[in-house]
Design a protein around this ligand. Sequence first.
Ligand code: FRU
Length: 495
Amino acid sequence: MISQALQKARTYEETEGNKITPEQRPLFHLSPRVGWMNDPNGFSRYQGKYHLFYQYYPYDKKWGPMHWGHAVSSDLLSWEYLPAALAPDIPADSDGCFSGSAVELDDGRQLLIYTGVVTVGEWQGNEKPLYQSQCVAVGDGINYEKIEGNPVLNQNDTPDGSNGYDFRDPKIWRDKDGLYHLVTVDCTRDRRGRILYYTSKDGFEWDFVSILAENDGSCGRMWECPDVFELDGKTVILVSPMEMFGTDEFLSGNSTLCMIGRIESETHQFHLESNQTIDCGFDFYATQTLLHEDGRRIMTAWMQNWDTIVFTGEDLPWIGQTVLPRELSLRDGRLYQKPIRELADLRNGQVVYRHTVINKRTNLIGIQGRTVEMILEIEPETPGNLDMFEVRFAEKGGVYTSLIYRPSEHTLEFDRSHSGTRRNAAHIRKTRILDPAEKLKLHIILDRYSCEVFINDGMQVMSNVFYTYLEADGISFNAHGNAVINLEKYGLSKD
Ligand code: FRU
């Protein structure tokens, strides 16, 4: 049975979504069918396809009672919209279907597990607490039925110390032991996020196992959107801390955290060996990963952030998109990210420059566009004689967006202060380059409204959006001092 609320959303998105032309969207990043998107949800493989759901409010370009939007793809680059999968329509989720994940059941059906929210209790400051519990819906890849027994996990299933309402974002997976495993987050009364671990024989009845990891107070406050998996012989936890105290490594506000370590088999507790940010751009939050049959651990995330919402495309009929999915690996105790290899299928028209000296503002023949991949190596012609190197893109007249490398500071800066915004917000994000080599390698991916930069083979990544009008498609280079560059550029298209 499709509820009235879901039918209304499906009818609305069909009419309004179809008015949006492909040219108004990114070429290969997923944007909402219409209206608002935040976290990706239920990122999974099912019946040979990638499924990606998302936090969705179709009726406006702002957050509202959360639905789940739905899209499928066979290459993670071309997305076909399916009808919205979930709407708030049962007592346990009457105020929204928050983030969650998906898994295939033994009988071939797909199970979605998500957080149902209900507004309860007294106002706390500007907010009324949302009572949160975990709910389940089962379906065939298009239509999902919420089970009678919802919620399957509620506040009574949280360990001592819980604040009584924050309890969300379940991530489910199957393991070799045949069990269903799940991590979710809650928050202590003194505002520290915890990752809670549960197991189940069937995906419906859950047993609490352990507090897998806990914020000691040094990584923000509440944590959101947890994920746990094995990678290259270690256990990796990804989570999105709220209210992070900004450091060289971590973005302040809503940030992201990768923890690398191992799980103690007796206690089911995580022992941290190292941690780092996942992305050092402005616009990255709420990761989700899947394990592909070919062994790849692939990650996506929301390419926006709660604190950067003011930075939006005012003329576009949608807001929010997911990052380009990335292949993860560990190297020397750090998380490395690479753009999914399928991106190479969109390449056309290779242009190559080798050992080209840049010492003033320069346009290079064949280098322009808004859907572009550039593999760029930059080094001083002689050691120490390069103060600054800049790539400008989405450029026309006085409008441009920049990446600036400062070898003496060893920093990379993303600057969108001239990207056509009318908002007074932070527009420059600077990151310390971790690899000490003077030669910098940047793998830059532009898709109309975004720039993702994979620094030094994916040791660091910087994701940022900008909403400059599409006719601004110039790319130029500049240097103070003498830079020698190698550049390999491809146009990206689907023809
Ligand atoms: C993270 C988040 C989740 C929640 C969802 C609500 O961005 O706050 O914790 O489930 O968004 O839309």
